[in-house]
Design a protein around this ligand. Structure first.
Ligand SMILES: Cc1cc2nc3c(=O)[nH]c(=O)nc-3n(C[C@H](O)[C@H](O)[C@H](O)COP(=O)(O)OP(=O)(O)OC[C@H]3O[C@@H](n4cnc5c(N)ncnc54)[C@H](O)[C@@H]3O)c2cc1C
Length: 512
């Protein structure tokens, strides 16, 4: 970047690039230590996805008597990443996330006046059958347990405004509409960055830089390079501005990144026949799923990321989800729903305000289903023959599959794929419905190699001085897919890494 193109030069102790959740937390965490902080945000205004914040041992958990076994979660996350992760990094989250949540809840209470104990913890109330804890089983064997790690916080209306207020009080600066484009180095140290504004380029000199630019869900080339499912993704739901800038900037100064393949956060919201993702969740329930040949292929009672992997493994990388007119029955919806984000009945938590509520449902409305039928995204038919021909699958095979499924529902045991008998609902009440579904992408989760202190590592495993990466910009935490069993641990990772990286960066700056 030629100096003549720089229209302004700023100076600060710590530069945070990215003003999403991890970046804003890092900004407050650094500024409260008395150093100066400038934060760059590419977007023109704040916007945050994510409501479930996964942490262990917060004061809310303690007060509500929810004791999560830290070692159990630590071990599970290592296994979920098939050990292609850094156990020390995960332990850092396990050990610190509760404390960071307490800190965040205090800020929210001070700045927004909402008492910390008004927020719910995701305990999957509707998924608890017969006193059993929420879990996924195959043939009665537990393969996955949902830990009640996630506290539900309204990000855009409560969390982000509280953090911004605190930043202002601490005299931190957030520059919106300003994108970091290149890191600056002096010898072996990172000493700032060049950023692009609508008026031109600016230079920010700093003693340390924290990269918090999220993942690369908005970058098609990177998706194709690192995510095997990229070409089968029907919708991308994450921020289009997340184009992997932090990961690329780090690589340009010699950083190592996670090996291929990277971990996406896939979501079973890829409804064919829609141009944009729908909030409707009826087709995301564990009804019967068949492939393009009309054959059943897996235990449909699974979590969204793994369901997408199962779809990807099928010819054409999609599934037909089939259900019948019993979907209008609240008792059936209660039986089907309940994995995180999967509920069709939402009478327990109002996700707009984040507080307990009896108000029904934002993830499912009968009129939305009708709208999707009118658009042709959901097929309706009065006979199985008609359904099969509208779907374009072999009629006789589909009839055989449905007959067998109904037989299993009658027996109350899934001899073929081991699904929880609660979820075996016969397809026998016309009209019948089918939706063609493939993977959607929320965010990407792999990134720059870091130490447990969030220092960025070079390709020869040495710390790049003055450079830190947090949230979805850093790697080492997830591999292959997002293990939803530890609910909300993406937001949990974002706040914990943001908080810790900032404290470490302050120590570094003060040591110079
Ligand atoms: C619909 C949806 C729902 C989700 N729900 C949950 C949930 O409930 N629980 C959960 O754990 N996870 C959830 N996630 C994932 C979660 O939102 C992310 O994992 C989390 O936001 C990551 O935080 P981050 O700070 O790393 O990135 P982000 O929150 O994406 O923030 C990155 C920021 O950096 C900015 N930026 C990008 N490039 C630059 C640049 N060059 N210069 C300056 N700024 C830049 C972007 O504009 C963005 O604001 C959800 C994701 C989606 C899409």
């Amino acid at each position: 970047m030629p100096e003549k193109d720089i229209i302004d030069v700023l100076s600060t102790d710590i530069l945070v690039i990215g003003g999403g959740i991890s970046g804003l937390v890092a900004t407050v965490s650094a500024a409260e230590e008395g150093v100066s902080v400038i934060t760059l945000e590419k977007g023109d205004s704040p916007f945050q996805y994510g409501w479930w914040y996964g942490v262990i041992g917060s004061k809310l958990h303690k007060e509500r008597g929810i004791n999560i076994d830290k070692n159990h979660v630590w071990a599970l996350l290592q296994r979920a990443g098939l050990f292609r992760i850094d156990p020390r990094l995960i332990k850092m989250w396990v050990d610190n996330s509760g404390k960071v949540m307490d800190w965040l809840l205090d800020i929210i209470e001070d700045e927004s006046g909402i008492k910390y104990d008004s927020f719910p913890i995701e305990t999957h109330p509707e998924k608890v059958h017969n006193g059993e804890p929420p879990k996924v089983t195959i043939g009665g064997i537990e393969v996955l347990r949902y830990f009640p790690t996630a506290i539900l916080l309204p990000s855009n209306t409560v969390v982000v405004p509280s953090l911004l207020k605190r930043i202002e009080k601490l005299k931190g600066k957030v520059l919106f509409g300003t994108a970091g484009v290149q890191l600056l180095k002096d010898g072996d140290k990172v000493v700032g960055a060049v950023a692009k504004t609508k008026d031109g380029y600016i230079k920010i000199n700093s003693k340390a830089v924290i990269l918090a630019t999220g993942g690369y869900e908005g970058n098609k080339l990177m998706l194709r390079k690192y995510i095997p499912e990229a070409d089968s993704i029907v919708h991308v739901l994450g921020k289009p501005l997340n184009t992997g800038d932090g990961i690329l900037m780090a690589q340009w100064v010699g950083a190592a990144i996670d090996p291929w393949p990277h971990a996406p956060m896939l979501f079973d919201w890829g409804l064919y026949g829609t141009k944009v993702p729908t909030l409707e969740n009826i087709f995301r329930q564990p009804w019967l799923a068949v492939n393009m040949f009309g054959e059943r292929f897996y235990n449909e009672d699974n979590i969204y990321g793994y369901t997408c992997k199962a779809y990807f493994y099928q010819p054409g990388h999609f599934a037909w989800v089939i259900w019948d007119d019993k979907w209008r029955d609240e008792e059936i919806l209660l039986r089907m729903g309940g994995t995180v984000c999967e509920r069709t009945t939402n009478k327990y938590i109002d996700l707009t305000t984040g507080v307990f509520s009896n108000e029904p449902i934002i993830f499912h409305k009968e009129e939305w289903v009708e709208e999707l039928i009118n658009k042709g995204a959901i097929i309706r038919a009065s006979t199985i023959d008609e359904l099969a021909s509208k779907m374009g699958v072999p009629i006789e095979t589909l009839k055989k599959t449905i007959n067998r499924y109904n037989e299993l529902a009658m027996k109350g045991i899934d001899e073929d794929f081991g699904k929880d008998p609660h979820k075996l609902v016969a397809i026998d009440k016309p009209p019948y419905y089918a939706a063609k579904v493939g993977p959607a992408l929320l965010v990407t989760l792999s990134g720059v190699r870091v130490t447990p202190e969030l220092n960025v590592l070079s390709k020869d495993w040495k710390v790049i001085k003055g450079l830190y990466a947090v949230g979805n910009t850093c790697g080492g935490f997830f591999a292959y897919e997002y293990p939803v069993a530890v609910t909300g641990d993406s937001m949990g990772r974002a706040i914990t890494t943001g908080y810790i990286a900032a404290k470490k960066a302050v120590e570094y700056v003060k040591s110079l």
